[in-house]
Design a protein around this ligand. Structure first.
Ligand code: GLU
Length: 343
């Protein structure tokens, strides 16, 4: 091969051919061209644009007022290329998708065992804000993607006071998105006025010793964290950072330790789409997380992060269009990590 390369310097056409052959070997693991990726996004956008199923979440009053027509798709590859279709400017509140990143922050500060020991890493079989699920095992044997585990994870973030903890959480989310993020104050206020159930959950987690101190402060920070405002590109970049071993492919910053990423993805695979997590994994194989603001992120490890925003939700609480669009795009682009070709 070397001799061939050397001699091909005298024959430019042969050199071009050799470079082409080497390049296609190098990309054989995930050989999707920009045209294929753009076509997949565009096809999913068009196919589900007219879909009328689902409804905005309304148990947080401000969410009912969000424009149901927002529909944006973004995919960011692990080599930092950004593909978008539809409305990627409009922002929604991140809601439960934030639970993934606060869990990752706790792992970063205390190690992955801290999560497993405190709230567990198992599916509850109950809705995301279930009090029965807390009672069943006294606040253990659940996970950081349901409210009791998530509020507990927020309570585990270190800091001398509320401001220090909050600023750390906000900056951490921004590092994954690759830009400074802000809070949708209307959503924060609306949820803070109506989150008595989450306050009760935090008191129970405190009673069972999972939250060590100040449960209502943890609920308040958690509520603010859920109100962080994001567009589809922000979410896709956050997902792509997980797909890229914790290094943001857009900024080049190593945001979290690579060694903790598999555990983050495992919890997403177990409990990312509420009661439909099993159905989702069965259909796509992708670790993912949805939020009641209408966003879903999904991670194809080593390949890409993808996000879709569309507020109308199905009965399980997952965006109807986002599920369909992500599943379809990932199938076309071979994003399922369980897919392997026999050697
Ligand atoms: N802030 C919301 C709550 O606690 C998040 C719910 C969600 O997105 O699943 O109810």
């Amino acid at each position: 091969m070397l001799g061939f390369l050397r001699s091909s310097f005298r024959r430019p056409a042969a050199l071009v051919l050799a470079v082409f052959v080497l390049a296609s070997f190098a990309s054989v693991s995930w050989a999707q061209t920009p045209d294929q990726i753009n076509a997949a996004l565009k096809a999913a956008l068009e196919k589900y644009k007219g879909l009328k199923e689902g409804a905005n979440a309304d148990y947080i009053p401000a969410l009912a007022k969000v424009d149901s027509a927002i529909y944006g798709i973004a995919l960011v590859t692990t080599d930092g290329k950004v593909y978008t279709a539809g409305d990627v400017k409009s922002e929604v509140s991140i809601q439960s998708i934030s639970k993934v990143f606060t869990m990752a922050l706790v792992m970063e500060e205390q190690g992955v065992e801290a999560i497993e020991k405190n709230m567990g890493v198992d599916a509850t079989g109950q809705v995301f804000n279930s009090i029965v699920a807390v009672e069943q095992y006294k606040g253990a044997e659940m996970n950081p993607l349901v409210n009791p585990g998530a509020i507990t994870a927020t309570s585990m973030v270190s800091g001398k006071d509320r401001a220090e903890i909050w600023n750390k959480i906000l900056a951490w989310h921004g590092a994954f998105a690759g830009r400074t993020l802000t809070v949708n104050q209307e959503v924060f206020k609306s949820e803070a006025e109506t989150n008595q159930r989450n306050q009760a959950i935090s008191m129970l987690m405190y009673a069972y010793g999972h939250i060590k101190d100040n449960p209502l402060q943890a609920t308040d920070i958690y509520t603010e964290q859920c109100s962080i405002s994001v567009n589809a590109k922000d979410l896709a970049t956050m997902a792509a950072t997980l797909a890229n071993g914790g290094k943001n492919p857009a900024t080049g910053k190593q945001v979290m330790k690579s060694e903790n990423v598999p555990e983050v993805l495992a919890v997403m695979a177990t409990a990312g789409l509420y009661d439909d997590s099993g159905k989702w994994l069965y259909a796509t194989g992708l670790p993912a997380k949805s939020g009641v603001g209408g966003g879903i992120i999904a991670v194809s490890p080593g390949k890409f992060g993808i996000a879709v925003i569309s507020p109308p939700l199905d009965k399980a609480g997952n965006s109807v269009r986002a599920q369909k669009a992500i599943a379809e795009i990932s199938t076309v682009l071979h994003g399922n990590p369980y897919e392997a070709r026999p050697k």
